[in-house]
Design a protein. Structure first.
Length: 212
């Protein structure tokens, strides 16, 4: 194992320990037993940043197909890493809202069941708030710096703007429809911003015809 690879693994493990201890977004941790961590190669050409964990990006088959789409378009080797802007998935909890007057604290047990209903959590996913994004953003910036990719691929408007701004690329004047499928550059990385997509075929259509 090379020195550079060992250093990256060590830095990522330290980062994960800090993420696990984070309690900045107490409300999110109430319905999230374990934060989401990045997965993939520790020597990636591409880092893909999603807003939060969802059905699509928790499927390893989808991630493999996403890499197959991105690598030839971005003209790099087939190594990718996938991570999240917000590590604790934001949810709207109908059960807790009904009982909020008397219940406080984490409502997910070690098996992922709601302790109020004894059923799997049925909270509806929601978009992360700006407060939640800012609380978690520096983890993502540190993760990208540890991995040193050639490309950073963002998925969704909130992810694009937060990550680009963190690296000194300001997009206040750019309309949402003009932000996507275009390249931005900082002194260290190249970025491409994709809109949200629900399945791999949507992503394939988004990337069709794109050229550097």
């Amino acid at each position: 194992m090379g020195v550079n690879r060992e250093r990256r693994i060590r830095n990522l493990k330290r980062l994960e320990k800090r993420v696990a201890r984070c309690n900045r977004c107490r409300e999110l941790r109430d319905s999230c037993r374990r934060p989401s961590y990045g997965v993939g190669s520790v020597e990636p050409d591409i880092v893909v940043v999603f807003a939060a964990a969802n059905i699509f990006n928790q499927d390893r088959g989808n991630l493999r197909q996403l890499a197959e789409i991105l690598h030839p378009v971005l003209d790099v080797e087939a190594q990718a890493y996938y991570t999240f802007l917000v590590r604790c998935r934001p949810r709207l909890c109908p059960v807790k809202e009904e009982r909020d007057r008397w219940f406080k604290g984490c409502c997910i047990d070690e098996n992922g069941l709601c302790i109020l209903s004894s059923q799997p959590c049925n909270g509806s996913p929601r978009e992360p708030s700006i407060h939640e994004i800012l609380n978690c953003l520096y983890f993502t910036v540190e993760e990208i710096a540890a991995l040193e990719p050639l490309w950073v691929v963002t998925v969704g408007n909130s992810v694009a703007r937060a990550v680009l701004h963190a690296f000194g690329i300001f997009t206040y004047h750019i309309k949402e429809q003009d932000l996507f499928v275009r390249v931005f550059e900082s002194s260290e990385y190249r970025f491409i911003c994709l809109p949200d997509f629900d399945d791999i075929e949507q992503c394939r259509k988004i990337m069709t015809g794109f050229e550097l």
